[in-house]
Design a protein. Structure first.
Ligand SMILES: [Zn+2]
Lengths: 496, 500
């Protein structure tokens, strides 16, 4: 098996034992990137020389006897929404084209400290706003399963890079489903940790109270290893939780659901769900029962209001977070010809630098926060948020985890929903409640829909700081399905 | 365009003022409010900056715990309730000197609320109700280059220094203050003065108004005498000294009265005070109020001060200025009038420091309120700005008490110190101001004086001891003031064989 098809855990082991080197592994992935990027367009920035230099440095550290983590020397694709001092950081926006941050995000620092080799920066919907990566100012990323379809979003470059074997691991961020939905539609694993479990410092903000960095991988154990590598308390992020990282790697190795109580969320299903998605989901339910779990139906009535509440809270926060892009200190500057006022230059720059979806959300949020509307919109949405958290709390009194399809449909064709924001927003119907409540949730592959042969994801939701349960159940499902399929789902993807 | 003013007495005859003050105090913490950058004043532009205070993409604030503690102490000193749970909020508006284009402040959940500060004006105590004390961050500082006004309108270009961006600011807001009547300007000044003293006693800020570490916005409205509904208020900014606080209130009363008496209406607006003219000019209109779209700051967790901690901070508050003044007044045995005079002259702290340096209270007060006040006045400066320290004054009083100097010589010593000739001892040595204590030298002078005043000497010998004053005066004159007058008197009587 070639190096690019190995798991991250295996690569880490081979590098640690000297059977291969980080440079060799990096080169194999750079070759793959060179071969498939013209079709996939997962990356916004790759610097092969820089990659090899990083890999050499890790090889030297290992040769010098330094003890690094289990992922030392393993390559990773990094979402272009985390700051990197040695690479440009754009957040998928024209307004930051060419910006070189003077500092590394905490997640970036921790990847480096663990000896991971950053292959490059991956494409995303502008400022992580979208579910298809079509909102990137630098062109869409394509789904490796079907190049005419979307790879999900906003972390579409991250999911596509892993699904296309350009990287064994990638980072993503999940604000309303931006890790789980891309993972589901590309047939890989994507985890949204508990809010505050991974640091937001250096993550270019979309919606501060929702944004959560998390891992992508082709299997549950790899995702857990990456989760462990960059998570944990960060004094630079006040909202970071000062508690140990849940035992995610141990849970992924445990891979058992025997005796667990699993709740099926009653509110997710029915109209608007693709039949093939519902069929695969039911199969997963049956599988879990056959593995010894007790599956019950659980009602979470407030989840019905999650989508509208999210589309008030997230735009409100984004309207304020994105105010700093004003042409004064960094990024694009338009119209500064010596005759215009600072205010005019700000307006011209923002008009030219932001794409239509970003502008739509800034306007939506500005409106929702306006005096006279605040209580009706932002205020009500916060109340819904509280109700959703209570629904979760009540549900987790009855069951250990909740499950649902990750998304109502498989990957849709590029362009299909581009002019219909409401249809686009529905892609995150099942994922949003966990962002509003801040609890942990993972998406693992659960087969392909009969209609289109495209991957379907199973979402497993666990309580706040119960991240390990996602991995435990996810790994059990993965193991049982792989036994049935004769290997990972991704083996069924067409060659690129 | 200059505004018409109505003479103050006439304005007060027709209208009653209502005051309100919003005071910003920069806290003297080592680091900024939401990052680790230093707060020191006067560094080269844009050297005290980092990703956080420049609002680089991805950066996040972390709250400075010392600033929270200082704010709670201020709240406690102002008799406020302390919130058990409160949040920061974002105040959204675009301005180039505000890096994030929102200010992290507090909105409807201030850290401290419902307090008061008593101030003394004209012999009576006025209770100023405090509405709230909250914590926020300062903006950067814009300099507008070119153009006539130094304001952003009409400038060729503007430059921004972000060193100040993110320095912790405490905002102290009073409730409306009615009923001050013609003392409104003095009450405003007394409040600002007392607030400054409180900040100093807490050690939370250097409260230098000229450097902007304490800034007052003064709200004034007028209503016709007998009316019950308050008028439209204006908010005067840029008030950079205690004296300006008083002047701006007076000037704004005179301006508004002229408009109202003429049947006009007051525009709700921000106004700027000008030190040179003592007048205010119109700034931004607040009629179309800016919508700041406040919402709770999602990047920071709520503040939940532990009640035990708050109780401890309260117990550990230093003696507050008003209490200290009452205690020292009793210690020093000074009248209310003298206390008020010292307070008004900003001499209190200096007198206290001089006493602490070993001088008797009466002497300390005498020098600061007498000779030094006169010299400060002549120089057009304040007592605190005179180049002389309380310790030096204490040394002068010590020299007088030991008999080494008399008052006349002491004044010359002070003059020397103020002229930069060194310490009191340096001046005494350099100018040769030591009292003549050598009986031999004094004796020779007395012999000359007796010889020159034979008539007076005879009268004294004849029992008219009162006449000795003329001879002592002669000795003092002949010694150019350096003789010890008491000793001279004794020697003269001895020489003339007279006993008292
Ligand atoms: Zn800073």
């Amino acid at each position: 098996m070639s190096l690019i098809h190995k798991t991250a855990a295996e690569l880490g082991r081979l590098i640690a034992t000297g059977e291969t080197s980080s440079v060799e592994v990096a080169q194999a992935h750079l070759d793959r990137i060179a071969a498939v990027e013209p079709k996939v367009h997962a990356f916004l920035h790759v610097d092969p020389d820089g990659v090899l230099a990083q890999a050499r440095a890790v090889d030297e550290r290992l040769a010098a006897g330094e003890r690094l983590g289990p992922l030392a020397g393993v390559p990773i694709a990094h979402k272009d929404v985390f700051t990197t001092a040695d690479m440009p950081t754009t957040a998928g926006s024209k307004i930051l084209e060419g910006w070189r941050p003077p500092y590394d995000a905490t997640v970036t620092q921790r990847l480096r400290a663990a000896g991971l080799v950053i292959l490059g920066k991956t494409n995303l919907d502008e400022f992580a706003m979208g579910s298809s990566t079509e909102n990137s100012a630098y062109g869409p990323t394509r789904n490796p399963w079907d190049l005419t379809r979307i790879p999900g979003g906003s972390s579409g470059g991250a999911s596509a890079s892993v699904a296309a074997y350009e990287a064994p691991l990638s980072t993503g961020t999940d604000t309303g489903g931006s890790i789980r939905q891309p993972a589901a539609v590309t047939g890989i694993v994507g985890m949204k940790p508990t809010y505050g479990g991974s640091s937001r410092y250096g993550l270019i903000a979309f919606a501060s109270s929702l944004d959560t960095p998390g891992p992508f991988a082709r299997n549950v154990l790899d995702a857990a290893l990456l989760h462990e590598a960059f998570s944990g308390h960060d004094p630079m992020d006040s909202t970071s939780i000062d508690a140990p990282v849940p035992p995610v790697v141990e849970a992924a190795r445990q891979a058992s659901v025997d005796g667990l109580r699993i709740g099926v969320v009653k509110e997710f299903g029915g109209d608007g769900y693709q039949p093939g998605v519902l069929a695969r989901f039911q199969e997963a339910v049956d599988l879990l029962e056959s593995l010894g779990a007790k599956v019950v139906e659980v009602s979470c009535p407030s989840f019905t209001y999650a989508l509208p509440a999210y589309y008030l809270i997230a735009p409100s926060e984004c309207s304020s977070n994105l105010a700093r892009f004003d042409a004064m200190r960094y990024g694009l500057r338009v119209g500064d010809d010596g005759t215009r006022s600072a205010e005019e230059v700000m307006a011209l720059t923002r008009a030219a630098g932001f794409g239509p979806e970003v502008k739509r959300r800034i306007m939506l949020g500005t409106y929702a926060l306006s005096s006279g509307y605040y209580d009706a919109y932002y205020g009500s949405a916060q109340k819904v948020r509280t109700l959703i958290a209570r629904d979760f709390e009540a549900a987790f009194h009855q069951v250990d985890v909740l499950i649902s399809p990750t998304t109502p449909t498989t990957a849709f064709p590029i362009g299909e929903r581009a002019d219909d924001p409401m249809a686009m927003y529905l892609a995150d119907l099942c994922t949003i409640p966990s962002n509003l409540a801040g609890n942990a949730a993972i998406s693992v592959p659960c087969g392909r829909a009969d209609e289109d042969g495209l991957p379907v994801g199973l979402q497993i939701m666990a309580p706040v700081l119960g991240d390990d349960r996602c991995y435990r159940v996810g790994a059990a499902v993965e193991k049982a399905f792989e036994d049935r399929w004769g290997g990972p789902l991704l083996k069924e993807a067409p060659a690129l | 365009m200059t505004d018409t003013l109505m003479p103050y007495d006439e304005a007060l005859a027709q209208f009653e003022p209502v005051l309100g003050l919003e005071t910003h105090v920069e806290l003297g913490t080592v680091s900024k409010m939401f990052c680790g950058c230093p707060t020191a004043f006067g560094a080269p532009p844009n050297t005290h900056v980092c990703p956080v205070c420049l609002a680089l993409p991805g950066s996040l604030p972390t709250a400075n715990e010392m600033a929270i503690e200082s704010t709670i102490r201020i709240g406690l000193a102002l008799n406020c309730s302390i919130a058990g749970w409160c949040r920061f909020a974002r105040k959204n508006y675009f301005y180039p000197d505000m890096p994030k284009n929102y200010q992290i402040s507090q909105y409807d959940e201030p850290l401290c609320f419902d307090g008061y500060l008593d101030v003394e004006v004209d012999g009576r105590t006025v209770r100023i109700e405090i509405e709230r004390v909250h914590l926020e961050e300062d903006t950067g500082k814009s300099t507008h280059v070119g153009g006539a006004t130094g304001r952003i309108q009409g400038a060729d270009y503007s430059i921004v220094d972000y060193n100040r961006a993110g320095i912790p600011l405490v905002e102290i807001v009073t409730k409306p203050i009615p009923g001050t009547d013609r003392l409104a300007p003095e009450v405003a000044r007394a409040y600002a003065t007392e607030l400054r003293e409180v900040m100093r006693s807490l050690g939370v800020s250097d409260v230098r108004m000229e450097e902007g570490s304490m800034r007052c916005d003064v709200n004034v409205s007028l209503m016709p005498r007998g009316a019950t509904e308050w008028g439209t208020r204006t908010e005067t900014k840029n008030v950079n000294s205690l004296r300006s606080v008083e002047r701006s209130v007076r000037s704004e009363i005179e301006r508004q009265a002229a408009i109202l008496a003429d049947g006009g209406r007051i525009v709700q607006e921000t106004r700027h005070f000008h030190e040179d003219t003592g007048l205010t000019t119109s700034g931004r209109s607040k009629e179309e109020a800016q919508d700041y779209r406040y919402f709770p700051e999602p990047d920071l967790v709520p503040i939940e001060p532990d009640p035990e901690w708050v109780a401890r901070l309260k117990a550990e508050l230093p003696e507050l200025p008003s209490v200290r003044r009452r205690r020292l007044q009793a210690d020093w045995g000074v009248s209310d009038l003298d206390m008020a005079a010292m307070h008004n002259a900003d001499a209190f702290v200096l007198v206290e420091a001089t006493v602490a340096a070993g001088a008797p209270a009466a002497d300390a007060r005498k020098w600061w309120m007498g000779e030094l006040a006169r010299r400060a006045n002549e120089a057009g400066t304040t007592l605190a700005a005179l180049p002389i320290t309380p310790a030096q004054i204490a040394r002068v009083t010590e020299l007088v008490a030991s008999g080494a100097l008399n008052d006349k010589l002491a004044r010359q010593v002070l003059e020397g110190v103020l002229a930069g000739e060194g310490s009191p001892d340096d001046v005494v040595a350099a100018r040769g101001l030591q009292i003549v204590n050598d009986d031999g030298e004094l004796s020779a002078i007395i012999d000359q004086v007796i010889a020159a005043n034979a008539d007076a000497a005879d009268k004294i010998r004849g029992g008219k001891i009162a006449a000795v004053g003329a001879l002592v005066g002669g000795v003092m004159k002949a010694s150019r003031g350096k003789a010890d007058a008491g000793r001279a008197r004794q020697l003269i009587l001895d020489k003339l064989g007279v006993t008292e």
